[in-house]
Ligand binder design. Structure first.
Ligand SMILES: [Zn+2]
Length: 135
């Protein structure tokens, strides 16, 4: 029996993976346009909405399989910067004074780390990247 999991891991080696906020947003946009297309029925508007939805989906898959990781990270960073004011409106307020939130420099995964431990090595739960931070 072929180990498809291993083959998938091999295939994804050196690829971005698209596990970031920007890709989640892209998928949300895709669903949004797809629903709009369904609600507008068989019209020219619906066709256009469908095309936009598909274009957005293709772009998000392009990001997942992209080998230009630095570029994809920059995109995500840019997206986070642009949407920061909006996200802070909707995101839950951080009242936690005992933890700090770090994001992985490699994949952008956010993680909670206890404060006041000095310099610590953090291992990203998502991509296993290790980095040093002062907590
Ligand atoms: Zn990571």
């Amino acid at each position: 029996m072929e180990n498809w999991r291993e083959r998938l891991t091999q295939f994804m080696q050196g690829r971005y993976g698209g596990n970031d906020t920007f890709n989640k947003a892209l998928f949300g946009v895709f669903l949004f346009f797809l629903l709009l297309a369904i609600f507008t029925g068989r019209t020219a508007v619906s066709t256009t909405l469908n095309l936009i939805a598909i274009a957005v989906l293709i772009y998000s898959y392009f990001r997942i399989f992209s080998r230009n990781i630095a570029r994809r990270q920059a995109e995500n960073q840019k997206f986070l910067e642009i949407t920061a004011p909006v996200r802070s409106l909707f995101g839950k307020k951080s009242a936690d004074k005992t933890h700090r939130i770090f994001s992985c420099p490699k994949c952008g995964q956010k993680m909670r780390v206890p404060m006041g431990k000095g310099k610590i090595e953090i291992t990203c739960p998502n991509c296993r990247n290790k980095f040093i931070k002062r907590s």
